[in-house]
Design a protein. Structure first.
Length: 226
């Protein structure tokens, strides 16, 4: 089997096991067994479990890089709702990392730096999007750039931790739960909207419901194809 294909199988198996059991409870042997390869073969590609975790986070970054930096080219409130759902979908896919992020970043300085660098890039991209919304007359932010950055920081923190919040309370990730999370983001941004918040909320909810229904249909289609 080609090296790239084997690495992909290893990462997919590790992601499934980490999400299900937590990375601390999953050994390299268990990952190798899930892939149907020897431990020596696995170690040829990844010397240890930490390298697998790093590679999975890099995989998540690569998915972000496919288009997140272009958000400012679609400065609409509908697209802002799309961005929220997109981020939740990625966090759900790599949920072990976001559940264990504190411990994982403390254990690995290289991973911590990679996370910090990526977060800074994403916040700059989000700032460009917010300023594009302002240029389009949708929002009006304080002229102090430090205040704008604080607003963006808070929205990022809410979005990045919403699924963990649901998990802490033993709640399922439903359309209603996603809408509730987006309502928290809108509440943070409430003072800065130029348009009617009720209309924004209604239109945003329609966008989220459509995207959630589409994601559910795609997931069911994948299961049916197995």
């Amino acid at each position: 089997m080609a090296t790239r294909a084997t690495q992909f199988r290893i990462l997919q198996a590790a992601l499934e096991l980490f999400n299900e059991h937590g990375s601390a409870a999953v050994s390299s042997n268990r990952i190798a067994e899930r892939c149907g390869i020897s431990k020596g073969n696995l170690q040829y590609h990844f010397r240890n479990k930490q390298e697998i975790i790093y590679a999975l986070f890099q995989q998540a970054i690569n998915e972000m890089d496919t288009g997140w930096y272009r958000d400012h080219l679609a400065p609409t409130l509908e697209h802002m709702a799309t961005m929220f759902v997109r981020q939740l979908q990625l966090i759900l896919k790599y949920r072990f990392f976001y559940r264990e992020m504190g411990d994982l970043l403390r254990q690995d300085p290289l991973l911590r730096k990679r996370y910090a660098d990526n977060r800074e890039r994403r916040l700059r991209d989000l700032e460009r999007f917010m300023l594009a919304l302002q240029a389009g007359g949708h929002m009006r932010f304080p002229p102090d750039p430090k205040r704008l950055r604080s607003i963006i920081d808070v929205t990022w923190i809410v979005n990045e931790n919403w699924l963990n919040y649901l998990d802490y309370h033993d709640r399922e990730v439903t359309v209603e739960a996603i809408l509730e999370g987006y309502a928290e983001t809108l509440e943070v941004l409430r003072p800065y909207f130029c348009a009617d918040l009720q209309q924004i909320t209604r239109e945003s909810y329609h966008t989220i419901e459509r995207l959630a229904a589409q994601a559910t249909a795609e997931a069911e289609a994948r299961l049916a194809a197995v």
